[in-house]
Write a protein of this length. Structure first.
Length: 74
């Protein structure tokens, strides 16, 4: 079985901490080509919403911090 591990980093290469590890299993059986396509589709459906949520949460935290520090006028 293959796995994908995703680590989000900021612009400085520092890891963006997460509450849980981002590890996705890719179940591959005997029909490798078909299984790879199915595994990639499953990965996209599982990983992309979680990654988008993490990035949006980080952007929101940065925005709130910048607003509190007077760096953003809204």
């Amino acid at each position: 079985m293959a796995r994908i591990r995703i680590v989000l980093e900021d612009d400085n290469g520092q890891e963006i901490k997460s509450e849980k590890a981002r590890i996705y299993d890719l179940s591959l059986g005997h029909n490798q080509l078909l299984d790879i396509e199915l595994a990639v589709e499953h990965f996209k459906k599982a990983a992309l919403p979680e990654l988008e949520e993490a990035l949006l949460k980080r952007a929101q935290e940065q925005f709130v911090t910048a607003k509190k520090n007077g760096k953003i006028d809204v």
